[in-house]
Design a protein around this ligand. Structure first.
Ligand code: ZN
Length: 264
């Protein structure tokens, strides 16, 4: 995972909705894929695309930066491909795509249905009728590496197309703490109890709008029990049994690598 902060290259500024001649454009299509030019660089103009909307969001690497959405069939790249090409662009794209999603999905007030208006100063859409404000949303989610001696617990989720073993993870539900979410997800997915829960670090994860909060924990008691529906199988892995998939993009990859490095 990228350890650097998005703010090393980015300065939030939502106030100046003007078009500069010297700017970067994060151009997304309807599949949330990003357009890079023929040199695999960020485009510095939008002359040859049909723009749905263009939103000024501040400065990226010293230049004005815009989020743009288009509906057309240029060659776009998904975010995983962007990660392999340019880590700085990927990091900023994980923010830009969430701004795009928010803007597209709050054009009308979810409370009363009126057309919303973009605020002049802050990143919010306001309803002129009922005064509801609509901010970009993130969804906190937990992921936990559970170990028992020199073994790591991983589970097969039925919703993965290619059925990989992965760490236990899930969304935080309304009304519960993050720690409660970890214990609940572990109980629901594999039926065991854990102890020594420790927060490690977090990662903004744009699938679809998660903030991943990573933990480590130790096995306490119980036998593995899966529901056979959401979770097909779960088992303990020694480090040599863990299959790596050649990417280090996610906080999950980081947690697994930390486990491997910690075992003799
Ligand atoms: Zn409203």
């Amino acid at each position: 995972m990228i350890e650097k902060s998005v703010y090393e290259d980015y300065e939030i500024d939502f106030s100046d909705a003007y078009s500069s001649d010297d700017a970067y454009y994060f151009i997304f299509n309807d599949e949330r894929e990003l357009y890079l030019d023929e040199n695999k660089k960020l485009p510095t103009d939008i002359n040859d695309v049909n723009v749905d909307f263009k939103l000024y969001i501040g400065k990226f690497k010293g230049k004005d930066v815009f989020v743009v959405n288009v509906s057309e069939n240029k060659t776009f790249l998904n975010l995983w491909e962007i990660y392999e090409i340019d880590k700085d662009i990927y990091l900023m794209a994980t923010k830009a795509v969430l701004v795009r999603d928010w803007y597209i999905s709050h054009q009308f007030c979810g409370r009363c249905g009126a057309k919303t208006q973009l605020d002049e100063k802050d990143m919010m859409l306001k309803c002129p009728e009922c005064e509801q404000v609509h901010y970009p949303r993130i969804a906190p989610a937990i992921i936990v590496a559970i170990r028992n001696g020199d073994e790591l617990l991983m589970a097969k989720h039925s919703y993965h197309d290619n059925i990989r073993y992965a760490l236990i993870a899930g969304f935080v539900e309304p009304g519960e703490s993050i720690e409660e979410a970890v214990h609940r997800e572990v109980g629901e997915e594999v039926g065991i109890k854990i102890k020594n829960l420790e927060y490690q670090k977090s990662q903004s994860w744009p699938v679809p709008n998660s903030l991943m909060l990573a933990f480590t924990a130790e096995y306490e008691s119980g036998n593995i029990k899966v529901d056979g529906d959401e979770i097909l199988k779960a088992k303990w892995f020694k480090k040599d049994e863990i299959i790596r998939y050649g990417t280090d993009i996610s906080i999950s990859d980081w947690l697994i690598q930390e486990f491997i490095d910690s075992v003799d």
